[in-house]
Unconditional design. Structure first.
Length: 286
């Protein structure tokens, strides 16, 4: 007698027999099967985001294996943590854990990846810490930016979770203003701190500053045109956009930083340990 095996692929059924295979006439069947492991069609971008962050993290780990200087190691530890945290966030979103639904007052239901905001709450301060230490900024200036950053992320999450459209856009506006103030502070204050450094440090700072400026300015625009805002683009395109931004802002940032002669020991960039020592001689915050 012949035999048959029945497989369930998404919403279709494939019957595989000894003599033949009956395949549904659906050109996107493979994509549907892959996306069934994640969250609808955008699961593929969440999977690629997870892989991209993990590759970045392991690359930075391998790159720092031969580093013995404890001060240089601190830069590596901070930079390795950034894609590591992001990878955990993307993996949780891929399996649907970092996802919730918000029903707006208008009746529209919005899928919200709250794990993305948890990621940003931890990784963006580390990015600012990295560039602040490279610039030789004071701990007071770094803490000021980190505080602004936390306020920006929390109000952005508030905009996402609000059910009344007016409240959503009000909180988005507040978050965006906080981001603009943060970026101005980054350019003006950190730029002034790095101005007396060696050319390689200044060049690296400028490259990292530009990565932050370009990617961070796109984030609120992506929110506005995406499903959480005006809904001009769907969740599939929105997730792709955020994934590209995240990998650029985290892995791209780390690659540029750790290729710098200042971090590798050839420049005069201040180290995290030196900045911490300088803090003890600064005027208290009160």
């Amino acid at each position: 007698m012949g035999w048959c095996l029945k497989f369930v692929l998404s919403k279709e059924i494939i019957i595989k027999c000894e003599e033949h295979i009956l395949v549904p006439a659906m050109v996107n069947q493979l994509a549907l099967q892959a996306s069934s492991l994640g969250v609808e069609g955008e699961g593929i971008w969440l999977a690629l985001g997870t892989i991209g962050m993990l590759l970045g993290m392991f690359y930075f780990i391998a790159d720092g294996l031969d580093v013995t200087d404890p001060q240089m190691n601190e830069f590596y530890v901070i930079t390795i943590m950034i894609p590591g945290i992001a990878a955990a966030s993307y993996l949780s979103m891929f399996f649907g854990f970092g996802l919730t639904e918000v029903e707006l007052a208008t009746g529209r239901v919005v899928d919200v990846y709250w794990a993305r905001y948890a990621d940003w709450l931890f990784t963006t301060p580390l990015l600012l810490l990295d560039i602040g230490l490279l610039a030789g900024a004071s701990n007071r200036d770094i803490l000021t930016l980190v505080g602004l950053d936390a306020f920006m992320i929390v109000t952005g999450l508030g905009a996402t979770l609000m059910k009344i459209p007016v409240a959503r856009f009000a909180f988005w506006t507040i978050s965006t203003i906080a981001m603009l103030v943060l970026l101005y502070y980054l350019v003006a204050v950190f730029g002034d701190a790095v101005s007396g450094s060696d050319p390689d440090t200044v060049s690296t700072f400028n490259a990292l500053r530009n990565i932050i400026l370009v990617t961070w300015l796109i984030y609120p625009v992506a929110w506005l045109v995406g499903t959480e805002g005006l809904n001009f683009i769907g969740l599939y395109g929105e997730t792709l956009l955020f994934m590209v931004l995240d990998i650029t802002a985290k892995v791209g940032f780390g690659f540029v930083l750790l290729r710098s002669r200042s971090v590798l020991g050839g420049g005069e960039a201040p180290t995290p340990s030196e900045s911490a020592a300088d803090w003890s001689h600064q005027t208290p915050l009160y």
